[in-house]
Every structure is written in C-alpha cells, then in structure tokens.
Design a binder for this molecule. Structure first.
Ligand code: ZN
Length: 490
C-alpha cells in the first residue's frame, strides 16, 4: 500500500498499523498451521519464520516515527480515533522497553519448546522438558526486568493479557472463590448416569456442526479443524479458524467447539471499520474467556440448550445414549467431578485448577519452587485441593501447553473470565428475558445480537475494566458467579 507523503498524521499512523496488523495476521496463520497441519519435524524451521515476523513487527512498532505520530495525535477528538491512539501508545510504550532481540528469542524459544513439550507429554517425560522450561523462565525473567517499576514480577506478565489488573486484584478474587469452590465440591450430590462411548468421531463432528450452524456459523467466513489442543485464531477479516479435538471415548469435543466458537464470534462480530487496526481484536484475555465460557457453559450446559439439542444428539449415538434420557444426560454433563485435567473440569472444580497454576507460576518466578521439584509440588497440591492422585506427569504438570509457549500469567484470565461471564449474562437476561426458553426453541440469535451490540462490536476500543463497567455497571465481582454456582449445584 502506498501512502501519500502529505497524508495527515492519523492517516499515516493508520497505514503503519495496517501493515503491523498484516504482519500479525501472517504470524497467526503460521502459528495456526504449526498446530493444525505442519508435520512435527517442521517446528525448528517454523520457529525461525515466527521469530523473523516478531522481529519485523517489533522494529516497525518501536520506530521513532510511531512515537512522533502518537505525540502529534495526543489530543485527537473523535472517540474511536482517541481509542486507537491510546491502544497504540500502550503497545508502543511496552514494546519500546523490550529489546527486539529478546522479543524474537521469546518467539523462537516458544516454537521449539512447544514441539519438545508435545514429545515430553506423549512420553510423560518431564525430565526432557526441563531445559525448555528453564529457558522460558529465564527469558520471562529478562522480560520482567524491562519493567522495573512493577510492584511484583507477576504484574508485568499479567498486564500483557489483562490491562489494569494486578496480582493483588486476582488474589482477592481467588481468595473469595477458593473457600466457596471447595465447599461446593464437597457438597456435590448426584453425578447422573455415566456417559460411556463409543462416540464415533464423524458423528461428533456432525453434532458440533449442527450446534455451530444454530449459533450462526457461516462456512464462507469460518472453518473448523482438528488439533490436539484446541484454540481459535483470526488471521484476517472474515477469516475465523476454530479448532477442536474429538476423542471417540467422550463428548468433550462438543464443549470445546462451543468454547472456541465463543472466542471466534467475539472476533468475528467486531466493528468492520476496526479491521487492520489494534482495535480489531478482543480487548483482553478475561473478556475473551468470558465469552468462550458463556457459549460453552452458560449456553452449552444449560437445560434449555439440551431441551433443543438432546433430541438431535441422542439418535447420533444410539449405542451410548439410547437408554439415557434428557434429564440424566444434562446431569451427567454438568456433574461436579474432581479430576486431573483442567480442560475437562466441571464448572466448580475448574477454578481450583486455575488457582493451583496461579500460585505455582508466582513461586517459579520467585524461585521458591525449583523447576525439578515441580511435578512433586504439583501432585501434592492436586491431592490437597482436589483430592486426586496424579498417576503420571502427562496427566499432571505436563498437561497444558501454556508454559512451553511462554504463556505465564495467562491462566488467571480463564477464571476471571468465568466470573465476568455471569456478570455480563445477568445483564443480557435483564434485557432479553428467559434465555433458556429461547434456547429450548433453538433460538440463539437474540443472545448473540445482544452480545454483539454490548461487547463484541467494540473490539479493543475500551480497556477491559471500562468495558465491564459499561456493560454491567460494576467492577469484576465474584458474587454473581458464586450465586450462579450455588443455584445450579446445591
Ligand atoms: Zn479459551
């Protein structure tokens, strides 16, 4: 794209931001490919590609020209333009602190470590993963040093995912949740009938597709693929990539598809005029996870949803579900059941998995837990919080990919997302009435439209705390979430 030399500062900034967005989209595409279709041996070569893209993005962003343009635009009046300048200034200031070499090294290390983690997990071999984890930790500590004014090391990492939220904020919410979650877990009653397969993969994919179509999936703009560890990505306008993992032994793919739909729809419904700017992305991880959890749990584990969908699901699996009625099925997919795997956890014990990771991440950064002791500490805490015995590291400390790619500080946003999801949900219900009755009729567009209007279309325009305040009139508050859990589970 050529830019007239006499273009005003806003046009010039937009042109630079457009190219930065293109570079990020290329990075997203290379990352998506590495997780969906790349042969495993390609990891080393792909790490080079991603590191180069990171370095180019970084150089372009930290240029003096961007600094001068931001200064010239300081008092821009239009609300959206002012938001664009604010968001750009924040990432410019953060990026200027970090040497480009370090940014590229972090990306490269992630590409190599994720492949090593894959192998380590398959062999349940923590030992082989230790050098990679060591490297990630060392890079994170160097990154943290770039922000010497931060109150705690963890604040630096958290701020990358959740602007304006501190470790102390998270601690307050988690302290409140922990005791209540443990109490709810201990009071658990009826688990419903056991759901035993076979659940043939093709039938599960068909079921996922029926649900996606009802939620508003458009195959000219979306696609869905299989991957071991599901995620969603937007490598460009009108290009939403969902992934899921279908295991013939259970029905978790359905819930993971609905989860990733929540991420996808948030990105998809952002105001089109924000495309190729930093406003064209969801505002934070917490708000993102609030939406994935909304579609996975508040919709996908509701009675109304299953009133509509169980009559379609049951005939797809006559052998496994033939003798299980709708009520039994809903109880089974909602049951509180303390287990080993975060991704499969029920709505109550999920938070305990997150609290454990939040604690361990801070201890790793502080050096109070040594990397080599991590499996032992992990297993002891799983026993303590969830009462489960971890049989091997694949089902323990190696289960999540996050640390391999350097996502330290991300986990809390999953649980903060759960908390925010119910706050937003309550406002939607105030406006839309009994949502479950609509779901029972297979009607999901009123909810999606409401969320588009109040949350999705704004993209990154408002910082997460301001967005939540605008939508709910309140700060992040764990009480509505706890009330939702108490109503549902006791
Ligand atoms: Zn998610």
């Amino acid at each position: 794209m050529t830019v007239a030399t006499d273009a005003g500062p806003l046009e010039r900034l937009r042109a630079i931001l457009g190219e930065l967005a293109d570079l990020r989209h290329a990075e997203a595409l290379a990352d998506w490919d590495s997780r969906v279709s790349m042969p495993p041996a390609g990891a080393e070569g792909r790490a080079d590609v991603l590191a180069t893209l990171t370095r180019l993005t970084h150089e372009k962003l930290v240029s003096d020209e961007v600094g001068e343009l931001l200064e010239a635009l300081e008092s821009v009046e239009d609300e959206t333009d002012a938001a664009l300048v604010r968001v750009t200034r924040r990432s410019w200031e953060r990026a200027c602190r970090v040497p480009g070499e370090l940014a590229a090294e972090m990306t490269h290390a992630a590409g190599v470590a994720v492949a090593a983690w894959d192998r380590a997990k398959a062999a349940s071999d923590f030992e082989s993963f230790v050098p990679h984890l060591e490297r990630q930790l060392e890079l994170k500590l160097r990154y943290i040093e770039c922000f010497p004014e931060a109150q705690t090391p963890y604040d630096v990492l958290l701020d990358d995912y959740e602007e304006g939220t501190t470790t102390a904020d998270v601690q307050r919410v988690f302290d409140r949740l922990k005791q209540e979650l443990v109490r709810l877990m201990e009071q658990r009653a009826d688990d419903g009938p056991a759901l035993r397969g076979p659940f043939p993969v093709a039938q599960q994919q068909l079921a996922s597709r029926l649900v996606l179509d009802a939620f508003g999936y458009d195959e000219t703009k979306w696609r869905i693929d299989e991957t071991p560890h599901p995620f969603a990505e937007k490598p460009g306008l009108d290009d939403i990539r969902l992934t899921t993992h279908t295991d013939p032994g259970d029905l978790t793919s359905l819930f993971s598809t609905m989860h990733e739909f929540g991420h996808g729809v948030y990105e998809f419904d952002i105001d089109e005029s924000f495309a190729r700017t930093p406003l064209g992305r969801g505002t934070s991880s917490t708000i993102h996870e609030s939406q994935s959890r909304t579609w996975e749990n508040l919709v996908g584990r509701s009675r109304g949803f299953w009133r509509w969908f169980y009559p379609q699901l049951q005939p797809l699996f006559p052998e496994a579900l033939g003798r299980i009625d709708e009520d039994g099925f809903v109880r089974a997919v909602s049951a509180i059941s303390p287990g080993l795997i975060r991704g499969d956890a029920d709505e109550v014990t999920y938070g305990l998995h997150i609290i454990l990771r939040f604690e361990l991440e801070q201890e790793l950064l502080a050096g109070t837990v040594a990397l080599r002791d991590l499996p032992e500490v992990w297993n002891a805490r799983m026993k303590d919080y969830l009462g489960v015995d971890v049989p091997d590291d694949a089902h323990g400390v190696l289960q999540d990919m996050h640390w391999s790619v350097g996502y330290i500080g991300y986990f809390p946003t999953y649980q903060l997302g759960n908390v925010a999801s119910v706050q937003i949900w309550e406002r939607a219900r105030d406006d839309l009435g009994e949502l479950e009755e609509q779901f029972a009729r297979g009607e999901f567009s009123p909810l999606r439209e409401w969320l588009r209007e109040h949350v999705y279309r704004h993209g990154g325009k408002y910082p997460p705390r301001e967005l939540l305040q605008r939508v709910t009139g309140s700060e992040l508050d764990p009480e509505p979430y706890l009330e939702y859990l108490r109503t549902k589970f006791t």
